[in-house]
Write a new protein. Structure first.
Length: 98
């Protein structure tokens, strides 16, 4: 698998690699779909999370890797239990080794 972000030595940082992992891409897509299905805007998510709309946008575009706490905050901000999103799809467990 190739990743668009690499170091000057051609190595891919863990954060950049994880942002493009198929499972993470699908997770973010599921969050966006759930947010939109509930008619919640990025501005509303940001207000509920105590952050800015710009930062929510960066999560959704995968410019910033969402950590577990932010994942929980995002889910609660859109009105869904965090486990509901995770239960909606099967994880691609390939290429998870470091």
């Amino acid at each position: 698998m190739s990743y668009p972000c690499s170091t000057s030595r051609g190595e891919v940082s863990v954060a950049n690699r994880d942002r493009y992992h198929p499972s993470y891409v699908r997770l973010v897509e599921a969050l966006i779909a759930e947010r939109k299905s509930r008619n919640v805007t990025q501005v509303e998510v940001a207000q509920r999370m105590g952050t800015t709309q710009s930062f929510v946008s960066k999560y959704e575009r995968r410019e910033v890797l969402m950590d577990v706490l932010d994942y929980v905050r995002y889910c609660l901000a859109i009105g869904v239990e965090p486990v509901e999103i995770l239960a909606k799809f099967r994880w691609d467990l390939t290429n998870l080794s470091r």
